[in-house]
Every structure is written in C-alpha cells, then in structure tokens.
Write a protein that binds this ligand. Structure first.
Ligand SMILES: C[S@@+](CC[C@H](N)C(=O)[O-])C[C@H]1O[C@@H](n2cnc3c(N)ncnc32)[C@H](O)[C@@H]1O
Length: 198
C-alpha cells in the first residue's frame, strides 16, 4: 500500500493539489468550528488540507506514512504552523507521544485502505484523540479502484455504530460524486461530534 503512495508520489501530489478543498469538503464545512484550534490530518497526503486549515487559522499536525509524499507535502506547508509526523493508523504511536487532543480530526480517503479490525482499532485511536468539544470527519470512497491498491468497501454504518458505542453524535452526509469524475466512484462523509454539556 505505502509502496503505491511512495512510487507514485509526484503524480499523486499533483492530483491532490489540483483539487479545491472547499469543494472536497463542502459536505461538512458547516460543522467546521468557528474558533480555530489544533487539528490533526491523518493520511494528509499532499498537505492540501493542512494548508487550507492553516489559512483559516488552525495549527495542524499531519500524519503521513508515505515518506516521499510527506517530503513533498512538507514543502507546500512550509510557511504555515504545520507539523508533519511519519506515522500510521491504527496506533499512531509517534503522535501519541505528544499527548495532544484535537478540536478537529480529518481522515479523508484513508480508512478504506485498512481491513476491518484495523479500521475498528483506528476508530478507537481517533476517538481517543478527540478534545472535549471536537469534530472527527471521516470520508470514505466507495466503488472500484483501477489503481490496484488495497481497498475495502466500508459501510458508513460501521463508523456510525462505533461512534455510538462511545456516546458520540454522528451524521452521515449524502453520497457525493467523485470530484475527479472517476467511473463508479462516490464518497460518503461521516461527521462525528463530541460535545461536552456544561
Ligand atoms: C487517497 S490518499 C488521501 C490523501 C489526502 N487525505 C487527501 O484527501 O487528498 C490516502 C492517504 O492515506 C495514507 N495512508 C495509507 N495508509 C495509511 C495508514 N495506515 N495510516 C495513515 N495514513 C495512511 C496514504 O499514504 C495517502 O496519503
């Protein structure tokens, strides 16, 4: 899996950078907290979303396991308060040493690369990193993959049920067409909110 992202890093970097984050994230933007804080972008790829959040005032930590992609991404976010960590789900062992919790966690187009138990373990890790009032956004790609990557069809319900066991509030957005117009590819976003009532 990581071989794919490393071997094709430059081409993928250009592809991810060509997308407008306002369009990619349109389905959950209304939930973005008004006051920026500390954000985590897991599988941050080209750094497109980290730069987008940083421009909105967020401090961002990007976790990216593919080192070649990470190096390219780091260059694009150089002028912003963005820290890159070479780490991966399900454990995020290096990130955990910082003992941060996050107001926003973005996991965009990542979880469908992991098999079932790793996805559940990842959700355990991710929900454990949520700050008291916070948002976890998981986008899932559905449909075929022509590029031969390890890919699983992940039902949104799997994430919803997990979040509900943690008493978190969950919303699933309508299925959206692929911004890259790939045949048969659609996207779903699961918005998980942790609210602490005072
Ligand atoms: C389809 S790309 C999405 C990149 C970016 N989030 C975006 O929306 O443009 C998937 C990303 O997940 C990363 N990835 C793959 N397996 C991962 C894992 N176990 N933990 C964290 N990231 C992973 C890949 O290296 C790649 O950067």
């Amino acid at each position: 899996m990581l071989n794919y992202y490393n071997h094709n890093a430059k081409q993928l970097f250009d592809k991810y950078q060509s997308l407008d984050p306002d369009k990619v994230h349109a389905s959950w933007l209304r939930h973005l907290p008004q006051n920026p804080g500390l954000a985590l972008d897991v599988g941050g790829g080209s750094g497109r979303d980290a730069a987008w959040l940083a421009k909105r005032g967020w401090e961002v930590i990007v976790v990216e396991p593919a080192t070649v992609l990470l190096e390219l991404g780091q260059k694009t976010t150089g002028i912003y308060p963005v820290l890159w960590i070479n780490d991966c789900l399900p454990i995020l062992a290096k990130l955990q040493t910082y003992q941060h919790s996050f107001s926003l966690i973005l996991v965009s187009g990542v979880l469908m690369h992991l098999p079932y138990q790793q996805r559940i373990d990842s959700m355990e890790t991710l929900t454990g990193l949520m700050a008291k009032d916070s948002l976890l956004v998981v986008s899932l790609r559905q449909g075929p993959d022509s590029e031969g990557r390890e890919f699983y069809q992940v039902p949104a319900d799997e994430i919803v049920q997990f979040a509900e066991t943690k008493s978190l509030q969950v919303e699933v957005t309508n299925t959206l067409e692929d911004v890259l117009k790939r045949e048969g590819v659609t996207w779903q976003t699961i918005i998980v909110e942790k609210r602490v009532f005072r």
